[in-house]
Design a protein around this ligand. Sequence first.
Ligand SMILES: CC(C)(COP(=O)(O)OP(=O)(O)OC[C@H]1O[C@@H](n2cnc3c(N)ncnc32)[C@H](O)[C@@H]1OP(=O)(O)O)[C@@H](O)C(=O)NCCC(=O)NCCS
Length: 171
Amino acid sequence: MINAGGLVLKRWEPAWAAALVEVVRASLPELNRFMPWAHQGYGVEDADAFLTTSASDWERGTAFNYAVFTAIGELVGAASLMTRMGPGVLEIGYWIHSAHTGQGYATAAARTLASLARSLPGVDRVALRHDAANAGSAAVAGKAGFVEVDRFARSVEAPGESGVAVLREWR
Ligand SMILES: CC(C)(COP(=O)(O)OP(=O)(O)OC[C@H]1O[C@@H](n2cnc3c(N)ncnc32)[C@H](O)[C@@H]1OP(=O)(O)O)[C@@H](O)C(=O)NCCC(=O)NCCS
């Protein structure tokens, strides 16, 4: 469990599948643009699969997915630390329930996870990737202290993507 200002980040638990479905479905118009997994029919099977994978990723040490709660226990999104960029790098990801955006939640989660990740032994860089068309994620990343270090072409996987990825590092 991680305290992030007014938020609490907790390792996902299987019992939260129904709550996850509710939050994802309420946020589909925004999530769907940039998150390939957020399809129109998102349901409990998808949530169960995510939670099962999250548990095994955690055991293997490949990704650390957290549910994001307010201080009064509302589920307002998700944030993660991932090792997929290779040794010495932790990559951050996040999304926020559309009814709770604009309150600094993504920024607080990203900044807190970045600071924590950088303090871990063996972690040289904390990185974040977003599509160049994702103005919201770009604003969050900049505000949380991530600076752009590269841009590169990648395949378009979600309807809002431009095919240009922005790579940022936390400074
Ligand atoms: C993008 C997203 C994470 C923003 O979450 P949030 O909790 O509202 O972000 P914050 O409140 O911390 O906002 C930080 C800054 O970003 C700005 N911002 C947020 N969304 C924005 C948008 N869509 N367009 C432009 N600026 C945006 C805010 O105005 C704020 O700046 P300000 O304080 O100067 O006003 C959220 O809308 C989301 O989950 N989007 C869909 C999923 C996604 O794209 N995830 C990232 C994938 S890389």
